[in-house]
Design a protein around this ligand. Structure first.
Ligand code: TYD
Ligand code: MG
Length: 453
């Protein structure tokens, strides 16, 4: 007799439990447990795979030539992937709705004219995909489109078409007969991903998956999904802005510190090869409250504008708000300014914004943040050809940052005349090779004196 086994799964993080519980012990979400059938025994369940023909190999005898990476024809994506698609790898691309995941992958697929590709969509019909392709304006005679959600059928089509690259939009729409719960549920998503992963490894073909994210910004459904796949890439940005950032959070075949920048245009995504030029606003007027930071994301230096507004607080508790910068860190920097440099900010509202809707985690932008705040507080502008790179410590000291040479060269390349950095970065820095004036500062007071006399 067929046996069915069920368990409860948290639909937010994938935690499994033998009985229903109200609050997930792992992600602390309420009411997320749903009963799912985890094992369905059918007497003659169709075999998806042929008998395994893999055999153990000596590590020294494995040739690497067949593992050569496939370039996606997009320098930005290739860089994030660590140099292109690795055959036999599964790549998961997550992002908010409407950020451009489908656009990115369709664009990549039809640009890969040398390879036969299969774009499988459970979200859009073939006609809708064609409309999108027309909008992108690229033509390809080697790209197949399939509208299907049942994974058994998908494998049949894959066998017929025999594509070199497979794209699935999105993993949450797929379902398999092996599991009985509804599409998008934890066990379905996990099972389908595991099947695709096995297929990918056995056939040595890259599989790209699109994944939805939940309200915390994680890939929706199980965290385990991120364990199964080889590479996890986040596609992020503010839908109100044109810029989109591609960041890998896990990569078995490359570094996770790389970053790809795109711009969403009417005819698809354009690669941004020189981000600094876009992220600086180049206004002619001198405005108070803006400062430019020489930042590095991954190994890529670029300059970014920090904008601050300091105004008298209307209510008792002053407001602090920040976009693109950690609010707690802003609070800390304000406390440093208050305590170490004697600026009375306790009765002021402070708003901070990183231009371009970009999130920056590099601590080296601290110096630009405090400079922007000081500039707004003093209502005095900072010269447009000055930029900053330094971390601010709790005692108001300016701490050295990594890759200072790269930051200085980038600033020089973009025509800045002066850069403020930590005096502790002086050691080992050959300032004679730069034409830009390098100003060293040890404490926040030095910056204040340097800027406003
Ligand atoms: P889409 O790829 O459908 O997002 P996702 O798959 O992540 O949900 O992108 C949707 C947005 O992109 C939509 O708001 C329209 C916009 N867009 C452009 O601006 N230009 C284009 O060429 C395309 C195809 C979409
Ligand atoms: Mg989509």
């Amino acid at each position: 007799m067929a046996k069915t086994k069920t368990a409860f799964f948290c639909q937010n993080c994938g935690t499994q439990s033998p009985k229903w519980i109200g609050k997930c012990p792992s992600c602390n979400e309420w009411n997320t447990f749903v009963e799912e059938i985890i094992h369905k025994e059918t007497p003659n369940s169709p075999t998806i795979f042929k008998k395994s023909n893999s055999s153990p190999k000596l590590i020294n005898e494995i040739s690497l030539s067949e593992e050569a990476r496939i370039s996606t024809q997009s320098a930005e994506l290739d860089r994030v992937l660590g140099g292109g698609l690795v055959p036999g790898s599964v790549i998961l691309i997550g992002g908010e709705p409407g950020i451009g995941k489908s656009t990115l992958l369709l664009q990549i697929t039809i640009n890969l004219k040398k390879y036969k590709s299969l774009y499988i969509s459970g979200e859009e019909s073939a006609q809708q995909i064609k409309l999108r392709a027309d909008r992108l304006g690229i033509h390809n005679n080697n790209c197949f489109v399939l509208n299907e959600t049942r994974i058994e059928d998908i494998f049949l089509h894959i066998e017929n078409v025999n594509p070199d690259i497979i794209v699935i939009d999105s993993i949450q729409t797929l379902h398999t007969d092996r599991v009985e719960s509804s599409p998008g549920s934890v066990s379905q998503v996990r099972e389908c991903t595991a099947l695709l992963q096995r297929y990918s490894k056995e056939s040595s073909k890259p599989v790209l998956l699109i994944g939805h994210i939940n309200k915390d910004g994680n890939i929706a459904g199980p965290k385990v999904l991120e364990h199964i796949v080889d590479t996890v890439i986040q596609f992020e940005g503010d839908t109100n802005y044109m810029y989109r950032i591609l960041r890998s959070t896990k990569n078995r075949f490359g570094s996770t510190s790389e970053l790809g920048i795109f711009e969403m245009q009417n005819s698809g995504l354009r690669e941004v090869t020189n981000p600094s030029e876009l992220l600086l606003s180049h206004h002619d007027e001198e405005l108070s409250g803006t400062a430019v930071a020489a930042t590095i994301e991954g190994i890529r230096p670029f300059l970014i504008e920090v904008q601050a507004l300091v105004s008298s607080a209307v209510y008792g508790t002053p407001q602090r708000s920040s976009t693109g910068f950690d609010l707690r860190r802003l609070g800390m920097l304000l406390a440093v300014l208050e305590k170490r440099a004697g600026f009375r900010l306790a009765t002021k509202d402070v708003f901070l914004n990183i231009a371009g809707g970009i999130k920056v985690e590099d601590p080296a932008i601290d110096l630009a943040v405090i400079s922007a705040i000081l500039s707004s507080g003093q209502d005095t502008h900072i010269d447009k050809d000055i930029c900053f790179a330094g971390e601010v410590g709790l005692s108001g000291e300016i701490r050295p940052v990594n890759r200072i040479d790269q930051r200085i060269s980038e600033a020089e390349k973009l025509g800045f005349k002066q850069i403020f950095i930590s005096k502790y970065n002086k050691k080992g820095l050959d300032s004679s090779k730069f034409k830009i004036n390098i100003a060293f500062a040890g404490k926040v007071e030095d910056i204040f004196r340097g800027l406003f006399g």
